[in-house]
Design a protein around this ligand. Structure first.
Ligand code: GDP
Ligand code: IMO
Ligand code: MG
Length: 416
């Protein structure tokens, strides 16, 4: 049995949570492969909103097992807080023993470095993501499995602080006191130990036993550390390939890959965003789409659908089907624009260049439609909305398998 995968196609917040929750009803296992509590996935069921950051969006299916893979950076504090929303998690949630931990100094370093960057700040979520991944790559990180011996772990953390004292002092980051640190770690271990596991072995067994496995990405392709708009990216491999390293799978384990994109684009934080609309249209999208971050509450920058970036993302992820989200947010616009090419240094290009800064979008304009809200079948969509979707399929050379017309789990059109 192959593992199916959900991946963000744009700059995050595409609506991955809604689709994972919807599809999770048909899966036995849902596994997150990267990112940390920088992610914010909002799910709406029967009008009730649930915000998830670290726990996979499969948690609302009482029969699904949820895995936080080795590629995720886990803040024990954030995880424990999130777990408190749910009852009876034992046997339904597992955290990889090899996942790296975000500790308080990572958060302090993230925030201090952003301050130092001044006008060139990345606009991170301030949750310690970059510093935790930096420590992992520089082989000085702390892994979840180390909570099994908190004495030893606390010694390792203090040793790290001594070795990095000059940097921590310069950034104004406090060095923890031994007793307070130990107490903190004992608290984490007490809650988390029953959930720590070798999740790679678990997944291999599940796949061998033909269990249905869904892999959940956080953030989006344009925020990928290698293939996004560097340096204005997050610190992990957000693309489908990241699921292999982030869970211990091989490329042959992957089945259907579903790319999640909005019918328009948004971005939180800084960095290039060719189709950003600084006028009333962008404002209207923000208002109608409630485009404010789930994690940080920041206003999201809004603009038109970027078919060039979407085609690039479909290729890099191997997307089999796209899920076009938030169609209803475009309801009522007289005209809707789609970026079909870029102009860079006066030259027209149809690919994503290494540096998107200063790129000018070339738009095609579509006639708007009245309402798609809550529609659950393709045939019932207004003619103009159908044409819009057909043209997106053509431009990005990828089939659309799902269309979403409201935050609710059930307001979804299935096409393939
Ligand atoms: P994620 O990070 O990709 O999971 O996305 P977020 O949860 O951060 O942001 C997507 C937001 O859009 C959430 O508040 C969802 O409830 C909402 N949403 C998802 N699909 C739709 C849709 O089709 N229409 C509308 N209006 N809202 C949607
Ligand atoms: P979900 O999973 C949107 C952005 C931040 C910032 C950059 C780096 O909800 O789609 P980081 O804290 O990761 O070092 O910040 O990445 N970012 C997101 N933007 N959705 C997310 O997650 C994001 N996670 C990080 O705003 O620009
Ligand atoms: Mg989000």
């Amino acid at each position: 049995m192959k593992a199916d995968l959900i991946v963000g196609i744009q700059w995050g917040d595409e609506g991955k949570g809604k689709i994972v929750d919807l599809l999770a009803q048909k899966y036995d296992v849902v596994a997150r492969y990267q990112g940390g509590h920088n992610a914010g996935h909002t799910i709406v069921v029967d009008g009730k909103k649930i915000a998830l950051h670290l726990i996979p969006s499969g948690i609302l299916n009482p029969n699904a097992v949820n895995i936080i893979g080795n590629g995720v950076v886990v803040s024990p504090e954030a995880l424990i807080k999130e777990m408190q929303q749910f009852e009876n998690l034992e046997g339904r949630l597992y955290v990889s023993e090899s996942a790296h931990m975000i500790l308080s100094h990572h958060i302090a370093i993230d925030q201090a470095k952003e301050k130092l960057r001044g006008t060139k700040a990345i606009g991170t979520t301030g949750r310690g993501i970059g510093p935790a991944y930096s420590d992992k790559i520089s082989r000085s990180g702390f892994r979840v499995g180390e909570l099994r011996d908190v004495e030893k772990l606390s010694e390792r953390i203090l040793e790290y602080c001594t070795q990095n004292r000059a940097l921590l002092d310069a950034l104004g980051v406090a060095i923890p006191q031994k007793n307070a640190l130990l107490k903190e770690l004992i608290g984490y271990a007490k809650v988390l130990l029953p959930f720590i596991a070798n999740t790679t072995q678990m997944l291999w067994k599940d796949i061998a036993r033909s269990k249905r496995v869904l892999l959940e990405g956080a953030q989006g392709t344009m925020l990928d550390i290698d293939h996004g708009t560097y340096p204005y990216v997050t610190s992990s491999s957000t693309i489908s390939a990241g699921a292999c390293t982030g869970l211990g799978l091989n490329p042959k384990d992957l089945g259907t890959i579903t790319g999640i994109a909005k019918a328009y684009c948004t971005r939180v934080g800084n960095g290039p965003f060719p189709t950003e609309d600084f006028g009333s249209d962008g404002e209207l999208i923000r208002e109608k789409g409630h485009e404010f971050g789930t994690s940080t509450g920041r206003a999201r920058r809004c603009g038109w659908f970027d078919a060039v970036a979407c085609k690039y993302a479909c290729r890099i992820n191997g997307v089999d089907q796209l899920s076009i989200m938030k169609m209803d947010v475009l309801d009522g616009f007289d005209e809707i624009k789609v970026c079909v090419a870029y102009e860079k240094n006066g030259e027209r290009i149809d690919f994503v260049p290494d540096d998107l800064e200063g790129v000018v979008p070339v738009y095609k304009t579509f006639k708007g439609w009245k309402s798609t809200q809550g529609i659950r079948s393709f045939d019932a969509l207004p003619k103009e909305a159908k044409e819009y979707l057909k043209e997106i399929e053509r431009l990005v050379e990828t089939k659309i398998g799902l269309v979403s017309t409201s935050p609710d789990r059930n307001d979804t059109i299935t096409l393939l």
